[in-house]
Ligand binder design. Structure first.
Ligand code: NAD
Ligand code: LMR
Length: 332
């Protein structure tokens, strides 16, 4: 029997991530090849004509799974009945801008969209915030949508996770699909800590630790970390635009694994509400290693954290606490 369609909201759908993301959703990349979807696309009035153009292209592409498209500049219409909300809309960082420069613009957007989601989304709607500063926007959304369970509000660090997998695969000349269990700790910013201490590679003679195969601690604690931390800025420098296809693909990975589950023995990184695990202050949206089952994420517990890692975990937590304070100062 055919499944009922799932309603997926994409805010900022006329932007460049939106343009890469909506066809992926309509093709079943996010929710599976047998899951019909209805797309709700929100943007602001100056982008209304472009948004309508995206709707026309979705119709023209004749996606078999796509059972309807709403293209609107009305947040209430966009949020009504949605089961999944991917919050991409916002003010992007441009070359030379610090992420904090865009804070005040984005916190007011996330405050008002939190209310629309809280009042009009389907019960148990899963929310993924992509727009930067992603962790703090998600925190603002959580604060202003108190009836949405905090476990349902997350932010995207899967792109950073995938970047780390990509760097290891290039270094070792192995398939990216054979590398697993890297971790992104903390903020989706240049203080994030890409950690390979528990990562492995599937080889013809079994699973081997990444650290052993790389055998170059200086790279793992130096160039590897900075490359992943700075990858977003490097892409902005090269494209004069922030990453879009990789962000869209990683957003699909995030929701797919959250809804359909992570493979046995594999974890992924998600920005989630901290419960104090690994001595990360509670009350921040912080990226942790998680496994997902039956539509729920769970922080992987019991991983050893060495002294080098501890400092990195604390540094990115400090930045998030500062961002939280800054966000609150923008609200008053
Ligand atoms: P973009 O400027 O191309 O698109 C943003 C869209 O949002 C525009 O169409 C704009 O009109 C719309 N918008 C602005 N205010 C809005 C509002 N109040 N409601 C609805 N829509 C609104 O930007 P982009 O390149 O698509 O990037 C989007 C965001 O994602 C940026 O904040 C960027 O920094 C962030 N980003 C995050 C990650 C991540 O891994 N978390 C990766 C890449 C980019
Ligand atoms: C990315 O990681 O590609 C983006 O978040 C870049 C940015 O800072 O906008």
């Amino acid at each position: 029997m055919a499944k009922d369609p799932v309603r997926v909201l994409v805010t900022g759908a006329a932007g460049q991530i939106g343009y890469a993301l909506v066809p992926m959703i309509a093709r079943g990349v996010m929710l599976g090849p047998d899951q019909p979807v209805i797309l709700h696309m929100l943007d602001i009035p100056p982008a209304a004509e472009a948004l309508n153009g995206v709707k026309m292209e979705l119709v023209d592409a004749a996606f078999p799974l796509l059972k309807g498209v709403i293209a609107t500049t009305d947040a209430v219409e966009a949020c009504t009945g949605v089961n999944v909300a991917v919050m991409v809309g916002g003010f992007p960082r441009k070359e030379g801008m610090e992420r904090k420069d865009v804070m005040s613009k984005n916190v007011s957007i996330y405050k008002s969209q939190a209310s629309a989601l809280e009042k009009h989304a389907a019960a148990n709607c899963k929310v993924l915030v992509v727009a930067n500063p992603a962790n703090t926007n998600a925190l603002i959304l959580k604060e202003f949508a108190p009836s949405i369970p905090e476990r349902n509000i997350t932010c995207l660090t899967r792109l950073d996770h995938n970047r780390a997998l990509g760097q290891i695969s290039e270094k070792l000349n192995v398939q990216v699909s054979d590398v697993k269990n890297v971790i992104i700790w903390g903020n989706h910013s240049s203080t994030q800590y890409p950690d390979v201490n528990h990562a492995t590679v599937n080889t013809s003679s079994g699973e081997k630790p990444v650290k052993e195969l790389v055998g170059d601690d200086a790279w793992l604690t130096g160039g590897f970390i900075t490359t992943v931390q700075q990858r977003g800025a490097a892409i902005i420098k090269a494209r004069k635009l922030s990453s879009a296809l990789s962000a869209a693909s990683s957003a699909c990975d995030h929701i797919r694994d959250w809804v359909l589950g992570t493979p046995q023995g594999t974890w992924v990184s998600m920005g989630v509400y901290s419960d104090g695990s690994y001595n990360v202050p509670a009350g921040l949206i912080y990226s942790f290693p998680v496994t997902c089952k039956d539509g729920e994420w769970k922080i992987v517990q019991g991983l050893s954290i060495d002294e080098f890692s501890r400092k990195k975990l604390d540094l990115t937590a400090e930045e998030l606490s500062e961002e939280k304070a800054l966000a609150y100062s923008c609200l008053t």
